[in-house]
Design a protein around this ligand. Structure first.
Ligand code: ADP
Ligand code: MG
Length: 831
């Protein structure tokens, strides 16, 4: 809040028409001349002018005018950015995969929509569109015309309400259906019609009315709209089945006294259907619990220190740079760094790590984690939608909106399902009506086996019976739920354990992986190197003798590489005076070159110095000894003469060894890839238990090495830090990026491990295997069920009631089965 009072603002304006650096300068000059402008700089490459100014005196409009007057274009950013946008709509009324298909088609048809992806389990439609061509209300209209709805805003309470409504409907449906059963069973089995035919038939029909036309009206309305739109879905099947059954009631009463009354059966079909929907809604709610729990974790208020005074404000008022006080036991309001104090913080919600992590000055803290015993003062570094937790929620939601490849197959099947079923039903009815001989044959074969098979029925009655059962049994809703529910539970479970799956695809590709490649520095090791040894070359120029470390550290003065930092820190600890070099250049995977007091200093690995014609033979014995200990050797030369060498060593992460062991046990080949010397690399690989080493690989060659492994026929997962390993992560079938602190926005990784530890790799592989198993089980179950039940229904062996009960059960089974993923063990106690 420090700058708030001073009236300073920074804005950027996009500039067009600049052709050279002098144009940029011209604009800069004219902007600076404006009264109230403190500073202006124009970047030719990004075509942006950034201006610091006093908003009381000038505004962005003045800048645009100035730029235009200088002969250039001031582009309205909002206008310029008008490319595609993405929106996630919460849809309602989808009951099965073919509904998702219908919604997807309805939205895709609109002009300006590039891509629409509808997920049945989350009930969300993700739409990529051009906002200048099509609006969200256009999409809403299209969805409504197709027979579904779009909720205006997503509220978790809505879901609870939805479940509650479904429960009430189910209760009403059974309130009428139970008397029907009690009344109907004696008739079905013993032919007892109580008290007489007329009251029996009238009563059945009247009891069925509220079930079908009151609590079942949503199903009916949706079915009719869908039919009017020229398509079909599960509601259409339920509508046709239950309505055909119901209509026999009035028909018998008014027109055809000889037929059987199935009105009660119609009511029960609807009762089962509503029950299935209710249980499904409840189970779905549980599946998305993970995200809801994450959202609930957010802190409500923060204590901002303003002018030395603590003020409690709502957390959304906190701005970047604010100083916040966090007392013991309180939630840390937002992402930040510790400025003062010392404590431990329970980060389990973010990383899955159950032991509190020690924090002191300079350490990063994650918003919404819980401060333990000490008081901390932190500076907010990320707020609002940029925080770690918001990013996690966004990522999980996005992943849940994507599709696992296997689902494409299920989608294809479902899109043919409903039309095929209606066709099969029509054929069934026609056959039953036209081939009485077949019926006689079947009926006599089955006579007496099942109580509801009644030889004396007319062909028309049997046709209706078989037709209704076929319609009802064939609903493909279990098929539509099979994949998305498993993905939802799996990715939620991952998020709670610090494994963020960015795309559904990763679930499928990760379970097929047979080779895991690990980057060495920062992935297998902590990446925090320390200086361990120094040696001077006997042939070193006399005036530089004993100055190996000082020279190396001065050359690495501005290096950001962990090796460079280790050398600089080592020199400082030895109280050496360092000099900033006049010139400095870093060579990735090799070393650095620097100019110091006119000398050309080269610091780097063997290969790098060999390129300069420098031979380390005078100190070869020392170097080999260090390398065999797994230390990294860095040579130092001045003006083409070897001065000496230093060694740095890294520590392995605490779970690297057990994690590698577990992966091998799971049947995976483990490979280490590094730019380090092969002797050093092999020494470490041996310690860790890694079988294959790819050493002395330059950073830009890592992706090629992955490709080479893939050409050997291996399915490769690459584990790296995501910064300099990005190309290799992208090349691999699955890129697993190791997150650092609160920075998890790693594009290159399909999977991001929040906690930088390798046990996360084991968990991710296990999670993908288990989740995919569930998907397969679910698909088998859904398919198997439809394939075996449809013939029974067509043959008239299946009572429509059992058909409906089995149908409802199959969706419930699929969702429940997916939910069982929550209980699995994915960390094997490695954490
Ligand atoms: P890794 O593949 O293990 O992550 P890098 O590709 O970053 O390692 O570096 C590979 C090798 O290049 C290092 O082992 C070291 O020998 C050398 N190297 C890279 N940067 C530097 C540096 N700043 N100073 C000295 N040596 C360096
Ligand atoms: Mg590295």
């Amino acid at each position: 809040m420090s700058d708030r009072g001073k009236n300073k603002k920074k804005s950027t304006v996009k500039v067009g028409g600049m052709t050279c650096a002098s144009c940029a300068q011209t604009i800069e000059k004219s902007l600076r001349k404006i009264k109230g402008v403190d500073e202006a700089s124009v970047n030719l490459a990004t075509e942006k002018a950034s201006i610091e100014y006093d908003p009381d005196q000038v505004d962005e409009e003045d800048f645009r005018e100035t730029i235009e007057n200088a002969g250039y274009e001031a582009i309205d950013e909002a206008e310029a950015d008008r490319g595609t946008e993405e929106v996630s709509l919460k849809t309602t009324g989808m009951t099965c995969a073919s509904c998702a298909d219908n919604v997807e088609k309805a939205i895709s048809k609109l002009e300006g929509v590039y891509n629409a992806n509808v997920n049945l389990a989350t009930e969300k439609a993700r739409v990529e569109y051009r906002p200048d061509l099509v609006s969200i209300s256009d999409m809403r209209k299209a969805v409504e015309e197709a027979g579904y709805g779009v909720e205006s805003e997503e509220k978790p309470e809505k879901e609870v309400e939805e479940v509650e409504k479904a429960r009430k409907r189910t209760l009403v449906a059974w309130g009428a259906s139970i008397p029907i059963i009690v009344w109907m069973v004696p008739e079905m089995i013993f032919g007892i019609v109580w008290p007489n035919r007329l009251i029996f038939d009238l009563g059945m029909t009247l009891l069925a009315i509220p079930v079908l036309f009151w609590v079942g009206r949503h199903t009916y309305q949706n079915a009719l709209k869908t039919v009017a739109h020229g398509s079909a879905n599960m509601n259409v099947l339920i509508f046709l089945g239950s309505f055909a059954a119901f209509i026999t009631g009035p028909a018998k009463l008014v027109l055809f006294p000889e037929i059987l009354n199935y009105a009660g059966v119609g009511a029960m079909i609807m009762a089962f259907h509503l029950t299935g929907r209710y249980i499904e809604a409840k189970a779905r709610g549980r599946a998305s619990e993970a995200i809801k729990r994450l959202m609930e974790l957010e802190a409500d208020t923060a204590r901002v220190i303003d002018d030395g005074e603590e003020k409690e404000v709502p957390v959304d008022r906190v701005e970047q740079g604010d100083l916040l006080k966090v007392r013991p036991g309180e939630k840390i309001p937002t992402d930040g760094v510790v400025i003062e104090g010392e404590s431990s913080v329970d980060e389990s919600m973010a990383t899955g790590e159950s032991t509190p992590v020690h924090k002191e000055k300079g350490d990063e803290v994650i918003g919404s984690t819980v401060n333990q015993e000490g008081a901390l003062t932190i500076e907010a570094t990320k707020v609002g939608r940029d925080t770690f937790l918001s990013k996690v929620i966004e990522m999980v939601e996005e992943a849940q909106g994507t599709k696992v490849p296997i689902q494409k197959f299920a989608d294809k099947v479902t899109s043919y399902f409903v039309p095929s079923i209606i066709t099969i039903t029509i054929i069934t009815v026609i056959l039953w009506l036209t081939i009485p001989n077949t019926i006689d044959f079947l009926a006599s074969a089955l006579e007496g086996t099942l109580p509801w098979i009644n030889l004396s029925l007319s062909p028309a009655m049997l046709a209706i019976f078989a037709g209704i059962a076929t319609l009802v049994i064939a609903c493909p809703c279990a098929l539509g739920l099979a994949t998305p529910t498993a993905l939802m539970v799996g990715s939620g479970k991952g998020a709670e354990n610090g494994i963020l799956i960015q795309k559904g695809e990763a679930i499928q590709s990760l379970k097929d992986v047979d080779t895991v490649v690990f980057d060495k520095t920062g992935t297998m090791t902590e990446g925090k190197m320390t200086l361990t040894d120094i040696v001077s070359s006997p042939n070193s120029p006399k005036d530089l003798e004993g100055k190996t470390l000082q020279l190396a550290a001065s050359a690495e003065y501005n290096s950001e590489h962990p090796i460079g930092r280790a050398i600089v820190d080592g020199a400082r600890n030895n109280d050496l005076k360092l000099k900033e070099p006049e010139k400095f250049e870093a060579f990735g995977g090799k070393g650095v070159k620097a100019r110091l007091d006119g000398m050309k200093v080269i610091v780097g690995n063997r290969n790098f110095l060999k390129e300069e014609g420098i031979n380390p033979s005078p100190i070869e014995d020392n170097l080999e000894e260090w390398e065999e200990e797994g230390k990294t050797v860095i040579l130092v030369s001045v003006d083409g003469e070897l001065v000496g060498a230093v060694a740095v060593a890294d520590t392995l992460k605490k779970d690297t060894v057990p994690a590698i062991g577990k992966l091998k046990e799971m049947g995976l080949e483990t490979v280490m890839i590094t730019g380090d010397n092969s002797k050093t690399a092999n020494a470490i690989a041996e310690k860790v238990g890694i079988s294959r080493v790819l050493a002395e690989v330059l950073p830009d060659e890592k992706a090629d090495e992955i490709r080479r492994l893939q050409e050997e026929g291996k399915k490769v997962a690459m584990v790296g830090d995501g910064i300099n390993d990005a190309p290799a992560l992208t090349q691999a079938s699955v890129g697993i990026a190791i997150g650092t602190g609160t920075d998890i926005a790693i594009e290159a990784g399909e999977v991001v491990l929040v906690r930088g530890e390798l046990s996360g790799v084991v968990s991710a592989v296990e999670l993908s295997r288990k989740t995919f198993d569930k998907i397969k089980q679910n698909l088998w179950w859904a398919f198997g069920y439809n394939v075996t039940m449809i013939p029974l229904a067509v043959l008239g062996i299946m009572h429509p009631l059992f058909a409906e009960a089995a149908m409802a059960m199959s969706s419930v089974t699929v969702v429940t089965n997916a939910n069982r993923l929550k209980g699995i063990d994915i960390d094997f106690g490695l954490k």
